[in-house]
Design a protein around this ligand. Structure first.
Ligand code: C5P
Length: 222
């Protein structure tokens, strides 16, 4: 594939999802939400009674994932085996299960080609943990988005409150720290910036500021 790729990696809650969607929209590029594939694998495993430590069976689930992403006017609807899974994949429980299945090499291998298939003209914004280090190693622009764990817990708290969910800030912070640790310490595709990535700390930046900065970087590099 020859289409350009902009990779956006970083820990959960750093704003990657929102930022990636806005940049893809602004550029008219495709969007890969790779975390959704791990979340869908975890959800499908639950549906088919596959244990979260049965690596071979989970890789089978990942390889056979029947998923459709329907992009419509800024929002994406996710269909798993024909039913709407858009909100079901966003729970903390599924996120936690996703980070467990994502630590298994056979699962990551099974999802590799599916992710690369998103690289189509005119370009791709790829959001995840290992987009720049593994999946799109030749991407001309690699971004590593971070924010302090406190700030990420705070953002998640606001997000949940808007959705009518009342979660405690301290338990969210603990969950974020546990997920960070698991994602950074795993032996396969651990979360870390690519050697050629540009790191942007978003702790004190607004969403439009981050989108503008990344669009500028793309213009400078492209
Ligand atoms: O980004 P999101 O929170 O949706 O990702 C859920 C989990 O999937 C992460 O905690 C991480 O363990 C895993 N993941 C991954 N590699 C990616 C994207 C997500 O390991 N490229």
């Amino acid at each position: 594939a020859t289409a350009p790729v902009m990779t956006i990696d970083g820990p959960g809650g750093a704003g990657k999802g929102t930022i990636s969607r806005l940049i893809a929209e602004r550029l008219g590029w495709h969007l890969l939400d790779s975390g959704a594939l791990y979340r869908l694998t975890a959800l499908a495993a639950g549906k088919h009674d596959v244990a979260l430590d049965d690596e071979a069976a989970l890789a089978e689930v990942a390889a056979n994932l029947d998923v459709v992403f329907l992009a419509e006017g800024g929002a994406t609807t996710v269909l798993l085996e024909g039913s709407d899974a858009t909100t079901a994949i966003r729970t903390e429980q599924v996120g936690d299960a996703a980070s467990r299945v994502a630590a298994l090499p056979a699962v990551r291998q099974a999802l590799l080609q599916r992710q690369r298939d998103f690289q189509n003209p005119p370009g791709l914004v790829a959001d995840g943990r290992d987009m720049g280090t593994v999946v799109f190693i030749d991407a001309p622009l690699k971004i590593f988005l971070t924010a302090s764990a406190q700030e990420r817990a705070h953002r998640r708290h606001l997000q949940l409150r808007e959705a009518g969910v009342d979660a405690s800030l301290s338990s969210l912070l603990k969950e974020i720290q546990a997920r960070d640790a698991r994602d950074m310490q795993r032996s396969v595709a651990p979360l870390k910036p690519a050697d050629d990535a540009i790191t942007l700390d978003t702790t004190r930046l607004t969403i439009p500021e981050v989108v503008n900065r990344l669009t500028e970087l793309l213009a400078e590099r492209g």
